[in-house]
Design a protein around this ligand. Structure first.
Ligand code: F6R
Length: 259
């Protein structure tokens, strides 16, 4: 695991974009597959990738994107559904065609439809040849995707209940807490671990405790993001505030400097 600590969120975005671009190049595929997180954390990273696309350094027109998760029960086209957010904030600026964006289907009214949709999602990822680079954020409670604390480390895409903490944290995107869905469909931790490269971005003091637990605590379902420790090609790109509770900082900085 590599831990890169940069002064500001803008530096995090730039450096994380390099790690993503490098991972896509290393995959050497004409149709690479990129795993997409939603939320505030990766927005700067997406903006940097969009810059690379505009300058001709990165071409994602043949790429396929797989979202990590989706809310259950939002009507199709709801502006805060992750499909709508990714189309607006990621696909358009990155030149990723909407036909090549896959998002778990959370719109089915019946649980068995959601369950079969989740199984189908796993098949789609497999058929695309797996995810080359998975972009990740981390919840203040250590969640990864919407795998809340207690999620099985080997879990696959499935329906999950959102924790109260996550619903409160995400209420800022809705008119109020009552409008935040209670459930989601999320890739499992086992699904995330299948990606060839993981790139986690985190900024700000609110993430410091979760980041320390994920990177330096025990590998545990109590902190789902701790699965990064299990992956052979995982990089965490953090700003100073998000890294402020790490104990092995000196080692990470020396490694990053190639010492
Ligand atoms: C969303 C996702 C979540 C977020 C996490 C952090 O697709 O995967 O795990 O990354 O909730 O959200 P922000 O970045 O908004 O703090």
């Amino acid at each position: 695991m590599e831990v890169l600590v940069l002064p500001t969120p803008a530096d995090v975005a730039r450096r994380a974009a390099e790690v993503v671009i490098d991972g896509l190049a290393a995959a050497r595929r004409t149709a690479p597959v990129i795993g997409l997180a939603t939320g505030s954390s990766p927005l700067g990273l997406y903006a940097e990738l969009a810059k690379a696309v505009r300058s001709g350094r990165l071409d994602l027109s043949g790429a396929t994107g797989f979202a990590l998760d989706e809310y259950v029960g939002l009507p199709a086209g709801h502006p805060q559904s992750y499909r709508a957010v990714l189309l607006r904030e990621v696909c358009e600026p990155l030149g990723l065609t909407s036909e090549r964006l896959h998002v778990p289907d959370g719109s089915g009214p019946e649980e068995d439809e959601l369950v079969s949709g989740a199984t189908e999602y796993e098949r789609l990822i497999r058929d695309a040849g797996g995810v080359d680079v998975q972009i990740l954020g981390i919840g203040a409670n250590g969640h990864l995707g919407f795998n809340e604390p207690g999620s099985a480390l080997s879990s696959r895409t499935r329906v999950k209940r959102l924790s109260d903490r996550t619903r409160h944290d995400n209420a800022r995107f809705f008119t109020g807490i009552d409008d935040v869905p209670t459930h989601c469909v999320t890739q499992g931790l086992g699904t995330v671990l299948d990606a060839r490269r993981l790139v986690l971005v985190a900024s700000g003091p609110a993430k410091a405790e979760a980041v320390a637990a994920a990177l330096e605590g025990p590998l545990s379902a109590s902190c789902p993001a701790s699965v990064l420790q299990w992956h052979a090609d995982a990089t965490a790109v953090l700003d100073e505030a998000a890294a402020s509770r790490l104990r092995n900082r000196q080692y990470y900085d020396a490694s990053a400097a190639g010492l």
